[in-house]
Design a protein around this ligand. Sequence first.
Ligand SMILES: Cc1cc2nc3c(=O)[nH]c(=O)nc-3n(C[C@H](O)[C@H](O)[C@H](O)COP(=O)(O)OP(=O)(O)OC[C@H]3O[C@@H](n4cnc5c(N)ncnc54)[C@H](O)[C@@H]3O)c2cc1C
Length: 289
Amino acid sequence: MRKFFRPREYFKPETLEEALNLLAKYGESARPIAGGTDLLVKKPPEVEYLIDIASLPLDYIKNDGEYLKIGSLSTFHSIETSSLFKEGAYRILAESAHDFGQATVKNMATIGGNVCSAVPSADFPPVLMVLDAKAKIVSLAGERIVSMEEFFAGVRKTVLRSDELLVEFQIPKPPPHTGAAFYKLGRTSVDIALVNAAARITLRSDGVCEDARIALGAVAPTPIRAKGAEKLLRKKEIDEALVEEASQTASEETKPISDVRSSAEYRKEMSKVLVKRVLQKSLKRAKGE
Ligand SMILES: Cc1cc2nc3c(=O)[nH]c(=O)nc-3n(C[C@H](O)[C@H](O)[C@H](O)COP(=O)(O)OP(=O)(O)OC[C@H]3O[C@@H](n4cnc5c(N)ncnc54)[C@H](O)[C@@H]3O)c2cc1C
């Protein structure tokens, strides 16, 4: 018989401990719900207990000088409007939030939900990947820190256990002369991405590239780093020809599928275009132009 999404109980814990106890008690048949903009659209029929985490104190943005710490319940609206993201490499956080859905969704959708949904086209994972972000994950058994690259395990699959919650993203302070950029290609500006890409470039004081990171979404079962393209850029003086070569290499590293939104060929071609744009913009920003 066909099963429908009809949770039999809804909980609204006020503390993290209460939420973790509920997750431990109900296991695989429970699901945390944050903004609900993914879960209530997807409506997974196996969910019997909904644990609404929206009241937990996880909507914050702090900068202790060494790390930027963002609570997983921060909405895209709070990321877009935070005064901490007006300049420097962190500004891609606000820029990607700006490009995210419509205002109504931005007010509900959380960054934790975006990452935990593990949808390949999600906008925040490539941004977090180039910023070298780590996820703080907690359960009654304790806490663990997982890098964004280790976090995703497949389409809608992550390394999270059913008794765990993602509570915080930790982003190390970027070195000086670092620039970062994000681009998203969608059918319209509020549609989910056909392809998205982020880059971060750090230059030495003599202008040579010290480090480069490139990440793409919607071109593989999980968000990916284009490590071959990154390697081409490191320890070199980046010019237009090198940007072109790195963009081509990044596109060759993608493994897109064809679906209702786009053909695989188009995604591959657009990966090249988007990587070129994010590299050009990151380079300009790293030079302070
Ligand atoms: C109209 C519309 C437009 C959209 N536009 C975009 C867009 O432009 N870009 C984009 O990337 N996405 C977009 N989305 C998808 C969705 O809004 C985002 O992925 C959103 O960030 C999900 O966050 P949420 O808080 O609503 O998650 P929820 O729906 O509450 O949860 C999503 C999943 O994550 C789990 N979860 C949530 N928080 C945690 C946590 N802290 N720890 C462990 N598990 C957790 C839930 O159990 C669930 O499985 C759009 C959706 C809609 C409906």
